[in-house]
Write a protein that binds this ligand. Structure first.
Ligand SMILES: Nc1nc2c(ncn2[C@@H]2O[C@H](COP(=O)(O)OP(=O)(O)OP(=O)(O)O)[C@@H](O)[C@H]2O)c(=O)[nH]1
Ligand SMILES: [Mg+2]
Length: 386
C-alpha cells in the first residue's frame, strides 16, 4: 500500500479555493444585505462539480421554495353571542348555550359574552365553560348601566309599579325587570367586553334552536347590509307603554333628519304614524349590528326616552324600543326575518316551513309556528315588501 499523498492535487485545490470564495461571499452578503438571506441560503447553493474541474464547475442558485399556501380560513364576521343572566339562571343558560353550540356554533366557534350585574359564581363559570371550545368572557355590568338612576322620582315610580300590579301586568311590580329592559335598550352595546364587536346574537336562558344552520347568519347580515333581524313578532301589551308612542312622535318631530328613507313606519302604524299598532319584534332573539345602536340617531333617541323616565314610571320594554328604532332609523330592507332559524322562547316558537325545515333537520313541527297565528305581526312585515 502506497503512502497517502500529503498534498492535494492542483485541480482539487482550485475547486476548494472556489468553494471557499463562494462560501465567504455568501457569508459576507448574508451579513450585509437583509434580503440576501431570503434569496439564497447555503442549502440552496449547489455546486455541480462532478468531474472536479474548475472549468466545468457551475453554480446553481435554486429558486426560492415558497411554502404552499394554507387553505383560506373560512370568512368570519366580527361578531359574538350576548347572554344576560343571573347566577340563578344557570340551568337555563346551559340549555341555551348547548342548543346553540349543537345547531350552529360547533362549526363556527363565535365567542360568547355573558353579562350580569353581580359577579358570576365559580360554579356558573365552570359549568358554562365546559360546554364549548369557543372563547367565553364573563362580564360585570357597571352599576350606572343597570340600577335605577337617582333622578327618577321614586314616589312616581312606586305609584306606576303599584298600578301595574293591580292590573296584573306581568313583571308590573318588578324593578329588576325594568333595570333589565333599560340595560338592553341603551347600555349592553356599550359594555367594555362588547366594544370590539360589531354584530351580536342575543340569547336568553331556556331558549331552543330547532334546526341546523348551514350558513353564517352574521355574514348574511354583513353581506346584505342588514342591521336588525328577528324570528317572532307580536303585539305589545299596551298598558306597559302608555306614553311611549307620544314620546317617539315628539322625538321624530324634533329630529326628522334621523328618519331613514324607505323606513318601515307602516310596520308600526296603520295610519301613517298617528297611532302605534303595538307591533314589535320579540327581542329575546336578535341578530343585529351594534353600530346601529351606537349611531347618533339611536343614542339621541335613547337619551330622549331615558329623560322621560318611562323605563321606570311605566315599563317600557327593550323589544318595542329596539323595534321602533329599527323600523324608523333603518330602511325596511335592512330589517330581516330569519325564516330558516327555528327558535323557541316559551311560550312561542317559530318553526321554518318549506324546504328549510328538511334541510335544517328541524326538530319542531312545521305547522307549530307563531308566524300566522292571531297575535303575529309577520303579515304586516310581509306587506311592507308587496
Ligand atoms: N343579570 C340579570 N339578568 C336578568 C335580570 N332579569 C332578567 N335578566 C335576564 O334578562 C333577559 C330577559 O329576562 P327574562 O326574565 O327572560 O324576561 P322575559 O323574556 O321578558 O320573560 P320570561 O323569559 O318569560 O321570564 C334574560 O336573559 C334574563 O336572564 C336580572 O335582574 N339580572
Ligand atoms: Mg326570557
Amino acid at each position: 500500500m502506497g503512502k497517502m499523498p500529503m498534498s492535494i492535487a492542483p485541480s482539487r485545490r482550485y475547486v476548494f479555493l472556489a468553494l471557499a470564495i463562494v462560501v465567504g461571499l455568501h457569508f459576507i452578503l448574508s451579513i450585509t444585505h437583509d434580503g440576501y438571506g431570503q434569496m439564497a441560503s447555503l442549502d440552496s447553493l449547489t455546486l455541480n462539480s462532478s468531474n472536479h474541474s474548475a472549468d466545468s464547475m457551475t453554480l446553481h442558485v435554486a429558486p426560492h421554495v415558497y411554502e404552499k399556501p394554507k387553505p383560506a380560513e373560512p370568512r368570519r364576521a366580527n361578531a359574538t353571542f350576548v347572554l344576560l343572566a343571573r347566577n340563578s339562571d344557570l340551568e337555563g343558560v346551559i340549555d341555551s348555550v348547548r342548543s346553540m353550540e349543537d345547531r350552529f356554533n360547533r362549526k363556527y366557534k363565535y365567542p360568547w359574552v355573558i353579562l350580569n350585574e353581580e359577579p358570576f359564581t365559580a360554579e356558573f363559570i365552570q359549568r358554562i365553560t365546559t360546554l364549548t371550545d369557543a372563547p367565553i368572557e364573563f362580564g360585570l355590568i357597571p352599576s350606572e348601566h343597570w340600577y335605577q338612576p337617582d333622578w327618577i322620582d321614586e314616589d312616581l315610580a312606586t305609584q306606576g309599579r303599584r298600578k301595574m300590579e293591580w292590573n296584573n301586568i306581568i313583571y308590573g311590580g318588578s324593578v329588576s325587570y325594568r333595570n333589565m329592559c333599560r340595560f338592553n335598550s341603551g347600555f349592553f352595546f356599550r359594555h367594555e367586553l362588547l366594544q370590539k364587536y360589531k354584530f351580536y346574537w342575543r340569547v336568553e336562558p331556556d331558549v331552543k334552536f330547532f334546526c341546523d344552520l348551514e350558513y353564517d347568519p352574521f355574514l348574511f347580515m354583513q353581506d346584505n347590509d342588514k342591521v336588525y333581524s328577528w324570528t317572532i313578532s307580536l303585539y305589545e301589551w299596551e298598558p306597559t307603554i302608555p306614553t311611549l308612542w307620544t314620546t317617539v312622535k315628539e322625538f321624530i318631530s324634533a329630529n326628522p333628519q334621523y328618519l331613514a328613507p324607505n323606513n318601515s313606519m307602516n310596520f308600526l302604524s296603520d295610519d301613517g304614524s298617528q297611532n302605534y299598532n303595538l307591533c314589535h319584534y320579540w327581542s329575546n332573539f336578535e341578530i343585529a349590528d351594534m353600530d346601529f345602536w351606537r349611531s347618533e340617531a339611536y343614542m339621541k333617541f335613547f337619551e330622549y326616552l331615558e329623560a322621560k323616565g318611562g323605563f321606570y314610571y311605566e315599563r317600557w320594554g327593550d323589544a318595542p324600543v329596539h323595534s321602533i328604532a329599527a323600523s324608523l332609523f333603518a330602511r325596511a330592507d335592512q330589517v330581516h326575518f330569519f325564516n330558516d332559524i327555528g327558535y323557541r322562547h316559551p311560550p312561542f316558537q317559530h318553526c321554518p316551513s318549506g324546504s328549510s325545515w328538511a334541510t335544517g333537520k328541524c326538530s319542531c313541527a312545521p305547522d307549530d309556528s307563531f308566524d300566522y297565528q292571531e297575535n303575529s305581526c309577520l303579515p304586516r312585515f310581509e306587506a311592507l315588501f308587496k
